[in-house]
Design a binder for this molecule. Sequence first.
Ligand code: 5GP
Ligand code: ZN
Length: 140
Amino acid sequence: MSSHDDCIFCKIIAGKIPCTKIYENDSLLAFMDINPLNTGHLLVVPKEHFETVFEMNPELYGALYAALATIAKAVQAAVQPDGATVMQLNGEAASQVVPHLHVHLVPRTFGDGLPISSWQEKSGDMDNIRSVAEKIRAQL
Ligand code: 5GP
Ligand code: ZN
């Protein structure tokens, strides 16, 4: 399993630095975010070091979200938020800070004011949407 010496999450996975663990199995670890955006903010990470979705195999990526779906129900029961945001940032352009893939589960409350609430409204250009869709389908 690949591990990076200078990666903070690889160190957490190896037990070299502590975390507040929620769940783990052979392939993934869930732990509380050290700087929570809201009460109950946690992260789910693969134990193997992958930087972004672009390097990761789809099965493992799916396993992260399957675990997250189970954990989300526990968070809902424990914290009783009004909702939750699930997000996973890929690359500096997407504001990823820690370059070890991680899925955020952020419990949300009405009026929490977090800057992740809504997409910027933009008017869609259907010709462009269809032509990009064609290019993506051609790669699948
Ligand atoms: P992103 O890379 O998606 O922007 O976010 C990285 C997340 O990792 C942040 O929410 C940050 O608070 C969290 N984080 C960074 N370093 C640590 C750490 O050492 N321990 C824990 N538990 N979380 C961390
Ligand atoms: Zn790592």
